[in-house]
Design a protein around this ligand. Structure first.
Ligand code: FAQ
Length: 307
């Protein structure tokens, strides 16, 4: 019976149909999606923190409004994604507990500090740009609720990227000090942004299954290469230097080829030992404790409404 179900499930994916919450699906498909979507949701929530610390220090009211709305959007993305994971049977409590206990993964990039205001522009351009590269693919994924969440999220991320580009272009064309700030930010965020795409394909245990079932349609290395090819000419055009001495254009493939990522650093950060992992989790734990009264009030309200 399971074999027949699996054949029909794979035939539906091959026909480009979406799998919906009540449909039959292999356990491994469900588990893979819960793993990936919950990590993605946590990334959005933790991802509010590096930018959030600059809300009180934005240089103008306009910049503050833009940043406030971006950070709010990221919180909203976390909510859509937790809901998408809930359609697969994961509960909000389990996912939150896993994050707060340090058992859950979230994107390595959010464990780096934001040292200057130029980092805010660079996150918008580079980090949101990398997220868009990955999520445009996921908007076509086989699981309906995840793909629909991605369509909406990508639309908002595009605004995030544009506001970042606008800031960095202004700085790159600004005073020598502003240009240096933009360059320093690029130097610090380039490699963490490339790491967002995950390990090399040969070291990615999940990719084969995700590709087979139409969750990913490109590999980690393919997406990373597409991203590099897009970003290098953009940064060169505004006079910034990519912090990779090995970078060269390969005319045969049309690719910009670079040096090797520091994978020891990547795994250290993924496994909890990055510059800000402890701080990020501590802030979430405090927020969770301080928000207990909100959850209690909502539960009491719901219980009264049902009575
Ligand atoms: N950081 O077998 P693979 C954003 C883990 S949202 C931490 O290749 P997979 C918006 C991976 O989970 C950014 N861990 O895994 C924003 C796996 O661990 P596991 C987040 C990583 O799933 C912008 C193990 O390594 N986006 O930026 C990372 O096939 C600005 C082996 O790896 C998403 O989550 C990493 N970088 O491919 C917000 C998109 N890379 O679970 C605020 C959805 C890998 O086996 C401000 N996720 N790992 O223990 C995906 O597309 C995929 O899950 C990948 C990883 C590509 C992240």
């Amino acid at each position: 019976m399971d074999d027949m179900n699996l054949q029909e499930f794979e035939a539906r994916i091959a026909r480009g149909e979406k799998i919906e919450p009540g449909d039959w699906m292999p356990d491994a498909y469900r588990k893979q999606l819960i793993r990936m979507i919950s990590q993605h949701a946590h990334s959005e929530i933790i991802g509010m923190l590096p930018e959030g610390v600059w809300l009180g220090r934005a240089p103008t009211l306009r910049r503050k409004m833009v940043l406030l709305s971006k950070v709010q959007d990221e919180g909203g993305h976390g909510q859509y994604l937790y809901h998408a994971a809930e359609t697969l049977g994961a509960t909000r409590e389990e996912m939150t507990d896993a994050l707060l206990a340090g058992r859950a993964k979230y994107s390595s990039v959010f464990n780096y500090p934001t040292l200057t205001w130029a980092d805010i522009g660079m996150i918008g351009w580079l980090v949101d740009g990398a997220a868009i590269q990955n999520q445009t693919m996921l908007a076509h994924c086989s699981y309906g609720p995840y793909s629909r969440a991605m369509v909406r999220i990508c639309t908002e991320e595009t605004f995030h990227k544009k506001q970042g580009m606008e800031q960095i272009i202004r700085y790159a064309r600004g005073t020598p000090r502003q240009k240096q700030m933009a360059q320093d930010a690029l130097n610090r965020w380039w490699w963490p942004a490339l790491m967002m795409f995950g390990p090399h394909d040969t070291a990615s245990p999940n990719s084969a299954q995700l590709i087979r079932w139409g969750v990913k349609t490109k590999t980690n290395d393919e997406l990373r290469q597409d991203f590099i090819n897009k970003m290098v000419p953009d940064f060169h055009a505004i006079g910034l230097t990519i912090p990779d001495p090995a970078l060269r254009y390969d005319a045969a493939s049309g690719d910009w080829l670079g040096g090797e990522i520091n994978w020891d650093e990547f795994w250290r950060v993924v496994n909890g030992d990055g510059p800000c992992n402890a701080e990020r989790l501590q802030i979430r734990r405090t927020a969770h404790t301080e928000g207990a009264w909100v959850r209690e009030a909502l539960n009491a309200y719901a219980a009264r409404a049902e009575a």
